[in-house]
Ligand binder design. Structure first.
Ligand code: 1HE
Length: 259
């Protein structure tokens, strides 16, 4: 479901993607439902273009997929025999694009439904907040297809669900349900079928209402601090906290209000 009051965002994208603007929230829709939103090179480059071209004033992004599935992952019809050099370049293309999501200009809320598999799960893992509809399910068919994740999955997924679960998914082809994904921390919101877009938009609007410096600290500093040794982490946290306090537009925000 999309929001009728959304306006077209003027970013040149392939036909497999659609960008809209809803106030200070940008919406990126995977729009290739006839191929279950499989991710071909053009789409991956389009995702990178979208996240590097966000206009000023966008405070959050909502990412979702048209049709019955979020994404069937890598476009298997493009999977030709690549030599090692080409394979590394292809993976690098995905890494660059997804890095622009994770460490881009604004926090990203992903709404997941139906198949969220392979590269689709890697894409979802690059977002900052994940909302699952009860139809969502997760798998990494790469293991059974004689390939390997290439969109940053080995880096991001173990941090979300642990190495053991990811190994199991890849080795045995195990599929996790939306409820299981929620219980293991892959998603942090679980909603009824069809309710994901509205929930995601509500969250994205709320995020866009935070001060830009605080959102910067949360998306850029927090994950890096979490990777640091604690003594360096405390120092960076103290700096980030003082910068956010000194530079943010906090007018009225330090008065207690119910969340
Ligand atoms: C596709 C793809 C695709 C569907 N690439 N064309 N990903 C996978 O191993 C998942 C493969 N897809 C599926 O398991 C199923 O399609 C779904 C469970 C997602 C959906 O099933 P269903 O019954 O709704 O659709 P379908 O009939 O299987 O597919 C409809 C069309 O979408 C059909 O094309 P058509 O021209 O015959 O109509 C399919 O060929 C097409 N389609 N999925 C290309 N993935 C950076 S490395 C990442 C590595 C990976 O992501 S590996 C995991 C790949």
């Amino acid at each position: 479901m999309t929001d009728a009051s959304a306006k077209r965002l003027d970013i040149r994208l392939p036909a497999s993607l659609m960008a809209e603007r809803h106030g200070d929230v940008a919406i990126l829709r995977l729009k290739r439902p006839q191929k279950r939103n499989a991710l071909d090179d053009e789409t991956i480059i389009g995702i990178e273009t979208f996240f590097t071209s966000l206009p000023d004033g966008i405070g959050a992004v909502l990412l979702h997929g048209e049709g019955e599935h979020f994404s069937a992952g890598l476009d298997l019809s493009e999977l030709q025999e690549r030599d090692i050099k080409q394979g590394i370049a292809h993976s690098g293309l995905w890494h660059r694009a997804f890095e622009k999501i994770q460490f881009g200009k604004a926090p990203v809320v992903a709404v997941l439904h139906g198949a969220v598999v392979g590269g689709g799960l890697e894409l979802a893992a690059a977002a900052h907040v994940r909302v699952a509809e009860r139809t969502a399910y997760y798998a990494l068919p790469e293991g059974s297809r004689g390939i390997y994740v290439g969109g940053g999955g080995s880096v991001r997924l173990p941090r979300l669900i642990g190495v053991a679960r990811m190994m199991d998914m890849m080795l045995t082809g195990r599929t996790y349900s939306a409820e299981e994904g929620q219980a293991m921390g892959l998603t942090t919101y679980l909603v009824e079928p069809g309710a994901g877009f509205a929930k995601g938009l509500e969250l994205a609007k709320r995020i866009a209402g935070n001060t830009p410096l605080t959102n910067f600290a949360i998306m850029q500093a927090l994950p890096r601090i979490a990777e640091m040794d604690p003594s360096a982490g405390y120092a960076v946290e103290a700096l980030m906290s003082s910068i956010a306090q000194a530079g943010g537009d906090r007018s009225g925000r330090l008065h207690f209000r119910r969340a």
